[in-house]
Design a protein around this ligand. Structure first.
Ligand SMILES: CCCCCCCC/C=C\CCCCCCCC(=O)N[C@@H](CCCCN)C(=O)O
Ligand code: ZN
Ligand code: ZN
Length: 444
């Protein structure tokens, strides 16, 4: 946490810290880096690929992923400095404790422990640690291309994403393990208005700032349509239905009939709202240099997260219709459609291994359901290598914790981190026992 591996944009990151982090993992996981059946490669200058050669070449390999770059963390609002890694009352504070240095360290920590205990994996696997997930993901893209060039096809991938949702639904105390089987698309759209500049003492009736502010305000005030029909949402609701008494069980198990009622409820919370529609977030606004100069140009960037039922093109058209002002120019800075849905049926090896490992490490969690990740991950660059991409943090997340990801006071309890290590320790061993249900815990 103390190594400030910040990604500011695709052009700007703290490369000194990225390099230092590479040296750090080399130092603290000596067994991983010195084991004969493990190959360690640095890819795209700062990302890392570990190839763990299993003893049984007939088993299809899998990939575990994480990233060690973090979003910026200005100190305002933090209880402790964001790059202090301070531990207080059993909790580690700092940028990256949930997104996603916890996963980087837990992956290597679990592997180190297995190796120290002389464990030899049967199934080969890879560990990919990206250095620029928070921007363009070039490290992950290069690793994906490298694996493809080596003829690798993967049984499944596990990356960051879903989590164990706790204390979220009113009057419902049971935790739910949400494994993300897809992720929303994304579009960063820059809106620009050019008007004549001049002296502020004789302003025109409308300025670039005023026109742009009105345009982005219309976007914020006009949410994208609710799209309810996604398969994963219906599955979650039906699984939840079994847990509720009459009449909620009837409502949840017939979503097609009670869609308006369920949507109205889901719309109220930002997290569930993000599940039922494309979201619109105004994230950058730039205009003006001096109080008495009318600026010629105003620019705003809007970040859309695209629901699986829509495409980039559809969202762009809707946006232009909502703004409905031809003085506003639209520039798509980056965009991609929602990701394919990975299988979650009884035969889906990756999903079932995660579900079984949840059962053994978190025996109190009886509900596991597939969801669509509302955030994006580096795993989206690996659709050429497998159809089974799963995104899951084996961590309890309450609504308050979710706000800390990319927000202030990001933190993880030592116990949650240790359980994450234990989860991966189990998962790697379960991947060797193939698809059989896991009935016991391996000794840590
Ligand atoms: C009925 C209950 C429904 C609850 C729904 C909760 C669903 C939660 C699913 C996933 C949570 C996402 C976790 C966040 C992962 C964070 C990854 C991240 O920050 N990624 C960045 C990548 C930026 C790439 C730039 N092109 C991002 O998404 O901004
Ligand atoms: Zn992340
Ligand atoms: Zn992130």
């Amino acid at each position: 946490i103390q190594i400030p591996t910040v990604t500011f944009s695709s052009e700007k990151s703290n490369t000194t810290a990225l390099a230092e982090f590479g040296k750090y993992i080399h130092k603290v996981f000596p067994t991983v880096v010195s084991t004969s059946f493990i190959q360690h490669e640095v890819v795209e200058e700062y990302s890392h690929l570990f190839t763990i050669q299993g003893s049984d070449p007939s088993l299809q390999p899998y990939l575990l992923m994480a990233h060690f770059d973090v979003v910026p963390a200005p100190e305002e609002g933090w209880e402790v400095p964001p790059f202090s890694g301070l531990e207080r009352d059993g909790v580690i504070y700092g940028r990256g404790t949930l997104d996603d240095k916890n996963s980087v360290m837990a992956l290597l920590q679990a592997l180190e422990l297995l190796l120290i205990r002389k464990y030899i994996p049967q199934r080969s696997f890879f560990i990919s640690l990206g250095h620029d997930e928070e921007s363009s993901g070039t490290g992950a893209q290069r690793i994906s291309a490298l694996l493809q060039s080596r003829g690798v096809q993967l049984a499944f991938i596990v990356d960051e994403g879903g989590f164990i949702l706790d204390d979220f639904i009113p009057n419902f105390k049971k935790p739910i393990a949400l494994i993300a089987v897809s992720e929303k698309g994304s579009m960063n759209l820059m809106l620009q208005v050019n008007m004549t500049s001049g002296h502020s003492s004789a302003p025109p009736k409308e300025t670039s700032i005023g026109i742009l502010a009105a345009a982005v305000s219309r976007l914020e005030q006009t949410p994208m349509p609710i799209i309810f029909g996604s398969g994963t949402l219906v599955t979650v609701l039906q699984q939840l239905a079994n847990e509720f008494p009459f009449p909620v069980n009837i409502i949840l198990s017939n979503p097609w009939l009670f869609e308006p009622l369920i949507s109205r409820f889901m719309e109220r919370n930002p997290l569930t709202n993000a599940i039922i529609r494309t979201t619109t977030a105004l994230t950058i606004f730039k205009a003006g240099v001096k109080f008495n100069v009318i600026p010629p140009v105003a620019q705003a960037t809007v970040n859309f997260r695209i629901h699986p039922g829509q495409t980039v093109q559809e969202v762009l058209e809707l946006t232009k219709n909502i703004v409905a002002d031809n003085r506003v120019q639209f520039h798509v800075l980056s965009a991609f459609d929602p990701l394919p849905v990975s299988p979650s049926d009884d035969k889906a090896l990756g999903y079932q291994l995660l579900r079984q490992t949840v059962q053994s490490v978190f025996p109190e969690v009886n509900i596991t359901a597939p969801v669509t990740s509302i955030g994006n991950t580096d795993s989206r660059f690996f659709t050429n290598l497998t159809t089974g991409i799963y995104r899951f943090y084996p961590i309890y997340i309450q609504p308050e914790d979710f706000k800390r990801i990319h927000g202030v006071n990001e933190k993880i309890s030592v116990q949650a981190y240790e359980t994450q290590v234990k989860f991966i320790f189990e998962l790697i061993q379960n991947a060797d026992t193939d698809q059989e249900p896991v009935s016991h815990l391996h000794k840590l």
